[in-house]
Design a protein around this ligand. Sequence first.
Ligand code: HSE
Length: 402
Amino acid sequence: MVSVAVLGNGVVGSGVCELINKNDNNIKLSKVLVKNIDKHRSDKNYSIITDKIEDIFSKDIDIVVELIGGIHPAYEYIKTALKNKKHVITANKDLISKYGEELLELAYTNSVKLYFEASVGGGIPIIKNIKNYLISNEIKSIKGILNGTTNFILTKMNKEKTSYENALKSAQELGFAEFDPSSDINGYDSARKLSILSTIAYKKKVCWENFKVEGIQDITESDIKKANELGGVIKLLGISNFEDGKVYASVRPVIVNKDSEFAKINDEYNSIIVEGDSVGKLTFNGKGAGKLPTATAVYSDIIDSIQNKENSFLFNYEKASLESNSNTKCDWYIKINYKKSHIILNELTEHFKNLDLEINKKTNQILVMAKSECEKYINEISDRLLQLEDVDSINSLMVLNN
Ligand code: HSE
């Protein structure tokens, strides 16, 4: 019998307890760590609930499952568990994207496992597949919807015309959003997940703090309408690729064609397209957030650690050299909020051939559709326009047609 302790009894923690109790795999749920025992009096696992961390590091626990989230105290708890020679399973993307290399090394030196499948893509087995199945391939790119909360909000705003606030409230009630949902909304959650996948895929540390991260906080109902008019829908995408020894990575809202794979991914579902040099493109779809899908990934890691899969798996400490602009040419939808339009129009005509634009004098907005331009050029023009007194703000959305 293998003895498991679960740290945290929230959405995912309670889901893992449910799966352990339901399945008969010689796994015993021995302890559940919570902050405040009184809040869990009606829990059917109450007899094993504790608020004492010492109980978790006791001799009879074999596997520690960390589902508290955030950096502290999860970081300290995981380190102590590894030093006490316990396998550790976690869904903590904040921690793995920041301290993955150190914690994996600590697991290795203590001859135990550290698995974190549930940190990316909820119930989608994406880490195992990049790490193991694609081992023979050089990964060229990763593109994906990596956050369930924002995909849920964008879906509700697009299909049901639900307001942003109500959609976020439902995502929180359904247990998809983070404790502080700003990390979902501002793209940080997706960025952490993209950094984990890219670090594994490209075998160099890809730090999310060093690449462009933009969330859905500035997306308005009129942007969603405009995207529909252009034949697309807005999705928050994490994109990375590896070319000539450099990694390009970003998280941003993108207008994707309505017939594309990503346009069909709705609600809390995630989708990740990985391209390997030998296998070509592989697509992984499934529920990216929520109690039982995420618990499924955790449970699978528990089984892997019992079966003692893989001798060692480490992150590279060496940092990837990051390219800040994508070299791929694509279309762009640029929204300029202005005070006076004529100087801006002169600038735009100078810089874009075949200019396609709309001026809305009521909202003081110019909408530009720029065809087949690279990101560097769009950024240069945006910077130049932002220096004009007549320009208040500029937002550029990439338009992907396939
Ligand atoms: N808040 C995250 C999301 C949970 O919405 O995707 C799963 O990592």
